[in-house]
Design a protein. Structure first.
Length: 165
């Protein structure tokens, strides 16, 4: 989802910082290190329990660097992802096949497959990988067009009619 969101804006972001706080400074995302610190503090990564003092310091850092509104948004996103992941893991829901194929390279780059929830992912078959390699360039173009249309109020770039017509 993250890579698709980036594609719709036509931007490029180094996603290595998403999986490792060590690489957060490589990210073009404002406050990436503070945001990752918040995630690590409130989720309790690597089997650690959440330390209230560390969590409060992480919240304060996000608030100082990005503002209260960003802190609230970040907390909502963390809570939502945590909820979705717990439900998916508890019920053994695998990734949808198209998502599994489309994210194979990204998951490998970020080391996501080393997390416990990866046990629910089905192996990508050779034919799926080959098909994706052919479709991926078209998918990127399509995502960029969707992004442009969204930013232009629902019009295609070549459409001269006012929005809403």
């Amino acid at each position: 989802m993250l890579r698709a969101s980036i594609e719709t804006t036509g931007g490029e972001v180094d996603l290595r910082g998403v999986a490792s706080g060590d690489d957060a400074e490589l990210s073009a995302i404002p406050g990436a290190a503070a945001l990752l610190g918040l995630v690590e503090a409130v989720v309790g990564l690597d089997g650690r329990t959440v330390d209230p003092g560390i969590a409060e310091a992480a919240r304060a850092r996000v608030r100082d660097e990005l503002g209260t509104e960003a802190l609230v948004d970040a907390a909502a996103v963390i809570g939502n992802f945590e909820r979705m992941n717990r439900i998916a893991d508890a019920t053994g829901i695998p990734l949808d096949p198209p998502v599994n194929v489309a994210t194979e390279t990204l998951r490998a780059e970020l080391g996501i497959d080393r997390y416990g929830s990866a046990r629910n992912a089905r192996p990508v078959k050779g034919w799926q990988r080959m098909l994706w390699r052919g479709i991926e360039p078209l998918a990127r173009v399509g995502l960029r067009l969707v992004g442009r249309r969204t930013r232009s109020g629902g019009r295609l770039p070549s459409d001269s009619r006012p929005a809403g017509d």
